[in-house]
Write a protein that binds this ligand. Structure first.
Ligand code: SAM
Ligand code: SF4
Length: 496
């Protein structure tokens, strides 16, 4: 009999990808997805440890399942990912009804762990070594988990993440990632290229290469040559069917000119760089062990813009890190004011036991101050984003249509259908259109802008539906959407 699996995912794109892979693997072991906890035989939480808030959400969800497990003891509950790797003892204490605790580097073992719980009824632990052991052993204990892909698990089949490396070796003092995701290890370029080929064959048009510091990618080939991200982009650029290639997240110190040249010269590579700054104050950057100064970061921004004209850049900032004074915060505000970022993600510092920051520096910025700085910085970034977005008004852009906009999905929405999609530079565009444009690339003229969204009109042209419907290209297939002989049709390319 088919068993039902419910999975809830918290956290970053890596976790979203891990969940896709877990579901793909469990489907091959006879599982089917359940959309509600009540109907599931196996309930999994793929967790995040980057901030306390993400952990609290999981403990609260586990708490509400205590009664459920008492009523249905045969149901299996699993905690996967970063929290599992970091806090196995705490999970056992706070949620003794959990059956599986499985770290980020052990997810390939899930089918076996579930079978073992079914057989023995006993708690199953699968964790990688902590980073105090020898590097080689720790590396081996963090398995790169990239089995066959399962398109049905993605929000849509025309966009996909592809992992090009696991782990991180930067050890920023606030960050738990190097502990819970292990040492930095780059994947074999041939495996990556094969996965991209497979995704393209399944109809994928846009891939996003993932790594904690994706621009640090390096793979030593047998002939002694070291392959870097620029080489990898060049290698996969020729994959037919793939129209767009993105990569996240970049480390400022590793933003080499050859990578920027690849972004400029390879037409499918999106001119969009996410390069977190974290702070604009040198003292704080030193405490964070970010390995650069604010001026180094500014020079890097200038270099990106000089080598890749028109590139869009986004950033991350942490406010309220240990020792952050009003003066240091003002330096961060200054960097955001002048940085010209398309957008920034702003976080309040959350101390993480197990990090150097937590060990060495007191969390001395009161919560109220963190909140205020968060709001102030957001307000500054919103002004900068609005200015960036306004510069786009009047431009004609290519949009990959992702589907109905959030507004259009609201129950009380009664206006014409609004679609949303993104430009090559990762700007969000909203426009009116037929839902069947989802997955197509359309041209849109930008007419209005807010700090978060561009509003546009799809470019149409007089089109002879009957004549063109006989062809096989994506443009013709969209022509078939029109029933009349002459019709205004969106300019599109590529069938979904
Ligand atoms: N590897 C990426 C990088 O280096 O930027 C992303 C890592 S982390 C999952 C994403 C963002 O979370 C970071 O850029 C940082 O701004 C934020 N972050 C990490 N640790 C944090 C902490 N302890 N408190 C608040 N924000 C944190
Ligand atoms: Fe965390 Fe720093 Fe590594 Fe990013 S580079 S994952 S912030 S340790």
């Amino acid at each position: 009999m088919t068993k039902k699996l419910y999975i809830e995912t918290v956290g970053c794109q890596m976790n979203v990808l891990d969940s896709e892979l877990v579901v793909g693997s469990l489907r091959r072991h006879g599982f089917e997805l359940a959309h509600e906890i009540d109907t599931a035989d196996v309930i999994l939480f793929n967790t995040c440890s980057v901030r306390q808030h993400a952990e609290d959400k999981i403990y609260s969800a586990l708490g509400t399942l205590r009664g459920h497990k008492r009523r249905y003891p045969e149901k299996i509950i699993g905690v996967l990912g970063c929290m599992a790797q970091k806090d196995q003892e705490l999970i056992r204490r706070r949620a003794p009804h959990v059956d599986i605790i499985c770290g980020t580097g052990q997810l390939a073992r899930l089918p076996e762990l579930i079978a073992e719980v079914e057989r023995t009824g006993k708690l199953q632990l699968a964790l990688s070594l902590d980073r105090t052991e020898s590097r080689h052993e720790v590396e081996r204990s963090f398995e790169s988990y990239d089995p066959l892909r399962d398109p049905s698990m993605r929000p849509n089949r025309f966009q996909a993440y592809v992992r090009i490396m696991i782990g991180c070796d930067k050890f920023c003092t606030y960050c738990i990632v190097p502990s819970v995701r292990g040492p930095e290890q780059s994947r074999h370029p041939e495996y990556i290229a094969a996965e991209v080929r497979q995704l393209a064959d399944e109809g994928c048009k846009e891939i996003t290469l993932l790594g904690q510091t994706v621009n640090s990618y390096k793979y030593e080939q047998g002939d002694g040559r070291r392959l870097r991200l620029s080489d990898l982009l060049d290698r996969i650029h020729g994959t037919s069917g793939i129209k767009r290639i993105k990569f996240i997240t970049n480390f400022p110190r590793d933003m080499d000119d050859d990578l920027l040249d690849a972004v400029r010269d390879l037409p499918k590579v999106c001119p969009y760089l996410h390069v977190p700054a974290q702070s604009g104050c040198d003292d704080i950057l030193r405490r964070m062990k970010r390995q650069y100064t604010a001026d180094y970061y500014r020079d890097m921004l200038a270099r990106c813009r000089e080598r890749v004209p028109g590139v869009a850049i986004s950033s991350d900032f942490i406010v309220g890190f240990c020792g952050e004074t009003e003066e240091s915060f003002e330096r961060t505000c200054h960097l955001v004011r002048e940085g010209g970022f398309k957008n920034s993600f702003i976080f309040k510092y959350s101390p993480r036991p197990g990090t150097k920051g937590h060990e060495h520096y007191p969390d001395d910025v009161p919560e109220e101050v963190k909140k205020r700085r968060n709001n102030d910085l957001l307000a500054i970034q919103n002004k900068v984003s609005l200015a960036d977005h306004r510069r786009k008004v009047g431009e004609r852009v290519e949009v990959l249509v992702e589907g109905p906009s959030k507004t259009a999905l609201k129950a009380d929405w009664s206006g014409p259908l609004q679609l949303t999609g993104r430009t090559m530079s990762d700007h969000i565009v909203v426009f009116e259109g037929n839902e069947r444009l989802t997955g197509h690339l359309v041209q849109a003229d930008i007419e209005e802008a807010t700090a978060f969204t561009l509003f546009g009109r799809v470019v149409t042209r007089e089109y002879d539906g009957v004549e063109s419907a006989s062809g096989a290209s994506g443009e013709e297939s969209v022509a078939q959407l029109g029933q009349r002989q002459r019709i205004q049709l969106p300019l599109v390319s590529g069938a979904p």
